[in-house]
Design a protein around this ligand. Structure first.
Ligand code: SF4
Length: 250
């Protein structure tokens, strides 16, 4: 069994607790207008081969274990991100099992766009989810990500109902996800879950613009300016006043 991995980044401090090694899976079924890693979207085509390297679970574990000392000292571990790690579920299950048997804390950074049985099986092996929540209105979600939000919302409800540890990550994309209407709908949806999960507000930035140019990928956001700090503070206060533990940044 092998998975396509686009990158392994060490010493990450925003992808879960402590110092982490973040493993980026190649491939995503969404196509968000603001994607910071557009080259990691390609799946099962010639571009996927260009941007990724194949690993077996054992080979990947060897890479992760190189940082064990930092995990032990900082309370860190490994974070599986992407792309979308749940797109290669059999491999993900295998590496999660290996991490468990080696005492390595795992975090799964996901959009939750997968079938229910996948989220059920993976959640049995996960320590923490970083769960992306983008847009509640399905029509807008389809327009800006290319897919329906039905599965991500259903799967988030499932995880919450089953008392999984979840941090909600909300990308603040100017005039797309940061609108008053969307923020209020997100608050309403999150307030209906089993408990109030921690919230991370992730500001949009343009650091990936060069990648779009370099790889000749259409950049629909190229003239977009980041959300103002004042607006981000206002959004933070909206969550805070509804009783959420909310933080700006990862
Ligand atoms: S879900 Fe994440 S990786 Fe996939 S297209 Fe959207 S931003 Fe990119």
């Amino acid at each position: 069994m092998q998975a396509r991995i686009s990158n392994i980044q060490r010493f990450c401090i925003h992808d879960g607790p402590g110092i982490r090694t973040t493993v980026f899976f190649q491939g995503c079924l969404m196509n968000c207008w603001w994607c910071h890693n557009p080259e990691s979207i390609f799946y099962n085509d010639v571009n996927a081969e260009k941007f990724s390297t194949k690993y077996t679970p054992e080979e990947l574990l060897d890479e992760i274990k190189k940082d064990l000392i930092f995990f032990d000292e900082s309370g860190g571990g490994v974070t599986f991100s992407g792309g979308e790690p749940l797109l290669q579920p059999e491999f993900l299950k295998a590496i999660l099992k290996l991490c468990k048997s080696n005492g390595i804390h795992n975090t799964i950074d996901t959009t939750g766009f997968c079938n229910k049985n996948v989220i059920e099986e993976i959640s049995e092996l996960s320590d923490l989810f970083l769960y992306d929540l983008k847009i509640i209105n399905n029509e807008f979600h389809e327009k800006f990500t290319g897919v329906s939000n039905k599965l991500p919302l259903q799967n988030l409800k499932y995880l919450s109902k089953n008392d999984k540890i979840i941090n909600i990550r909300i990308p603040l994309i100017p005039n797309i996800t940061d609108t008053k209407e969307n923020i209020l709908e997100i608050i309403k949806f999150l307030s209906s879950l089993n408990r109030k999960h921690k919230i991370n507000l992730l500001a949009y930035h343009r650091t990936s613009a060069g990648k779009y140019e370099k790889y000749n990928i259409e950049n629909k956001m190229k003239d977009t300016k980041p959300t103002s700090e004042m607006k981000i503070e206002t959004i933070k206060n909206e969550f805070f006043s509804e009783g959420f533990d909310v933080k700006i940044g990862g």
